[in-house]
Design a protein around this ligand. Structure first.
Ligand code: CA2
Length: 144
């Protein structure tokens, strides 16, 4: 069975608790369950992770090199700052989707210039938490 890694960056563990006007009221645990349900229908497995530490996210990307068919990543604020995450993602040869809950392009300028987009095969933003389900579906096609 193909495994899709779903990686989540800093502060996303607070989803549903703060700033619901931007990020909605769905929790990260709800999102994990949605991803697993969606993947189950598609015959995929999900390895869902969140970390507030850049190095831990890099370790997860290295783990994905060994066992993942594709990576869906919401690097959160590290999207705009982390050359280390960009470099790690470059070493993963399978499909990569960069995902954002909010439409980052509608927001302040600091959220406009993604480093991760340079290596992502696809970028999704603005679908809310539902974007994760769409991304799992898209990944099923991309890893066929
Ligand atoms: O929209 C997204 O998914 C973001 O990746 C979220 C990041 C932000 O830096 C990106 O520009 C867009 C921030 C995640 C912060 O997570 C929170 C969750 C709940 C409450 C407050 C922050």
């Amino acid at each position: 069975m193909r495994t899709i890694f779903v990686l989540n960056g800093p502060n996303l563990n607070l989803l549903g608790e703060r700033e619901p006007e931007i990020y909605g009221s769905t929790t990260l645990d709800d999102i994990r369950r949605w991803c697993e349900a969606e993947a189950g229908e598609l015959g995929l497995a999900i390895d869902f992770r969140q970390s507030n530490f850049e190095g831990e996210i890099i370790e997860s990307i290295h783990a994905a090199r060994k066992s993942a068919a594709g990576i869906i990543i919401n690097p959160a604020a590290l999207t705009f700052t982390s050359i280390a995450i960009l470099d790690a993602l470059k070493t993963f040869s399978g499909p990569k989707i960069e995902l954002h809950i909010s439409n980052v392009h509608q927001r302040e300028e600091i959220y406009h210039k993604s480093l991760v987009s340079r290596t992502a095969h696809a970028v999704m933003a603005g679908f809310g938490a539902y974007g994760y389900r769409l991304a799992v579906r898209a990944m099923a096609e991309m890893t066929k």
